[in-house]
Design a protein around this ligand. Structure first.
Ligand code: ARG
Length: 242
């Protein structure tokens, strides 16, 4: 009897050790999942390019990926405070943001574009002067909109709110990243994208300035994933070449 209890205890503790060993460290990713094809909610899952790349990085680092959906303008603070380990939200590398967080090597390039109604007279970025422009609050589109002469900026917490306002004629244009812009146009037949791009940008993963070890590990994983063609494969799954 005694012996079997001891055996049982030994088995239990061995099991526990195994379980503890395999319940790996969490990699908490802060995102704003209203930005297809980079991240969006599908049923009860967050899907897209960013979660797929993050999953491969987590696998490579032996970590468990946990995704936290939040307002875009809360993401950097979440990483700074340690609430999240990484920011991955189609986030553009900017000098201002670099003052608050570190960025990994870029994993893709992007651009800001202008969406208007198909009846609009706006044909180039210069035509936006004195018009009402919608953006997602805290994005690079928001920053560029501030440079448009005489423009009134309407800031929305999600892009689709800006898109609805545009479709309803409440605002004249939306500044948004190119690939999400394409998705929004495909869902709204009255909207078109202006050919001329506003800016060219790079997306990278944000990490707390205090966590340089994680940053180095992420860069090492990214390098492997780029070299093996995995990143291109994921991007190609969501973005079809024209
Ligand atoms: N690339 C832009 C930026 O970094 C917009 C990103 C918006 N991302 C999102 N998941 N809503 O400011």
């Amino acid at each position: 009897m005694k012996k079997s209890i001891i055996v049982l205890l030994a088995v239990c503790s061995a099991l526990c050790m195994c379980a503890c060993g395999s319940s790996s460290k969490k990699l908490v990713m802060a995102t704003n999942a209203a930005f297809p094809p980079y991240e969006s909610v599908e049923g009860d899952k967050i899907v897209g390019i960013d979660p797929e790349i993050a999953q491969l990085i987590a696998d490579d680092l032996g970590m468990e990926l946990v995704i936290e959906d939040m307002a875009f303008d809360s993401i950097i603070a979440a990483v700074q405070s340690g609430k999240a380990d990484i920011a991955m939200a189609g986030m553009t590398v900017t000098e201002d943001r670099k003052e608050n967080i570190n960025f990994s090597d870029p994993y893709t390039t992007a651009a800001q574009v202008i969406l208007v109604k198909n009846t609009s007279t706006v044909k180039t970025p210069d035509d936006l002067a004195n018009l009402t422009v919608g953006v997602q609050i805290g994005t690079t589109g928001d920053i560029y909109a501030e440079d448009i002469e005489g423009a009134t900026i309407e800031r929305y917490s999600k892009y689709f709110e800006a898109i609805n306002a545009l479709a309803q004629g409440k605002i004249d244009a939306v500044i948004v990243d190119r690939e999400p812009g394409k998705v929004f146009v495909s869902e709204n037949p009255d909207l078109v994208m202006i050919d001329e791009e506003f800016t060219v940008e790079e997306y990278a993963i944000g990490v707390s300035k205090e966590n340089t070890e994680l940053l180095n590990n992420i860069n090492a994983s990214l390098k492997k994933l780029k070299e093996s063609g995995k990143i291109d494969e994921i991007i190609g799954k969501y973005i079809k070449a024209e």
